[in-house]
Design a protein around this ligand. Structure first.
Ligand code: DNO
Length: 347
């Protein structure tokens, strides 16, 4: 396993120079955020991102993410055109030498939180999800403000939401399976490892179907196309939001099959079953046993990238919600310490 750090591009207040100063980090998780969903990522654009990162003494090792066009998730008539674009982007990643691609298959919205600045006892803030506050989201002016949500007009959003209302989880599965049957052979031939990100939170929200919600769904995904290129992102915080999922087991099950292609580590704390906030990374401050999870990765010889996921905002820092520098850097030092301990105690 090796450490990586997410960078949101030239507008990220956490610069590549800062990332370069975190001990043990040489690998960057990047993306082309300005490209419209569905467009082909050209070799030139990917190479330019790579060169910018290399000029700072770092490497571009993961793309998180290339978003998937809604027509693909909806399984509509012109999905093949969008899938062809996706395949072309994967080929281009391969040409530039980017080994890992993280993506998700959540209808319309990426991760959902109801408070981006939930105040903790010590004055730090963290992201919070409270199912009871979901009804506060107002869709009448189009996509509301959430960091990872694609902007749609009121009309577009309405159309999308009603198209999904009629869709069952099984239909969404069929569309994912169709997508995988087309893209995984291309990824395999291009030397790119795909890593699906679990739905966050891992259950249906706003009446939309969600399917990558637990061990069973992830197993169905990896079984759909039997290839190392068809893997998962083990995201402890996303899956851990469902308290009935045993994260140590999840790490064990998929690391054993060599199907973890990327790891996101963070901790989580619940108030009630569907109300939780994000906690500092160390085990003792949340519900997840980071040591036990990392031990499974070690035992099954996971060799891919890991990044510290969402941190709190501390020490007066402001910036991209969940993606400040200080808490993520501290979290990463802790995770590296755990890893060193595991390695040394295993000789
Ligand atoms: C949140 C991230 C997600 C993730 C996408 C992957 O901080 O973990 O937005 O990047 O779901 O496609």
């Amino acid at each position: 396993m090796y450490s990586s750090f997410r960078w949101f591009g030239e507008n990220d207040p956490v610069t590549l120079e800062y990332i370069r100063q975190i001990p043990g980090v040489r690998d960057v998780v990047g993306s082309l955020f300005e490209l419209p969903v569905g467009d082909v990522w050209s070799v030139e654009a990917i190479a330019e991102l790579k060169e910018t990162i290399e000029a700072a003494g770092l490497k571009l090792s993961v793309i998180e993410s290339i978003p998937i066009h809604e027509e693909i998730k909806l399984g509509r008539g012109d999905r093949d055109r969008w899938i062809a674009n996706y395949c072309e982007s994967i080929r281009n990643l391969g040409k530039v030498g980017i080994p890992v691609l993280c993506y998700n298959f959540m209808p319309v919205f990426d991760w959902v939180r109801t408070d981006l600045e939930h105040e903790l006892e010590d004055g730090a803030t963290a992201l919070e999800y409270d199912e009871e506050k979901l009804s506060n989201f107002d869709f009448s002016d189009g996509t509301p403000d959430m960091p990872a949500w694609v902007k749609y007009s009121a009309e577009e959003l309405n159309e999308l939401l009603s198209a999904y209302q009629a869709m069952s989880a099984e239909q969404l599965w069929n569309n994912l399976e169709y997508f995988l049957s087309k893209v995984i052979p291309v990824a395999e031939a291009s030397g790119v490892l795909m890593a699906i990100h679990p739905d966050d939170p891992p259950w249906s929200v706003f009446g939309l179907p969600r399917i990558i919600t637990g061990i069973e769904g992830l197993q169905r995904l990896v079984d759909t196309v039997d290839s190392p290129a068809n893997g998962i992102t083990l995201c402890t915080g996303s899956l851990g939001a469902n308290q009935s999922i045993d994260m140590v087991e999840a790490a064990d099950v998929f690391a054993k099959q060599q199907r973890i292609n990327f790891v996101h580590l963070r901790n989580i704390q619940h108030d009630t079953e569907k109300k939780f906030h994000e906690a500092p990374h160390p085990s003792e401050f949340g519900e997840l046993d980071m040591h036990a999870i990392m031990k499974k990765l070690y035992q099954h010889k996971y060799e891919g990238p890991m990044r510290p996921d969402h941190g709190r905002m501390i020490w007066g820092e402001t910036g991209t919600p969940g993606y400040g520098l200080y808490d993520r850097a501290m979290g990463l030092m802790y995770l590296q310490g755990l890893w060193e301990g595991i390695q040394k105690s295993n000789g």
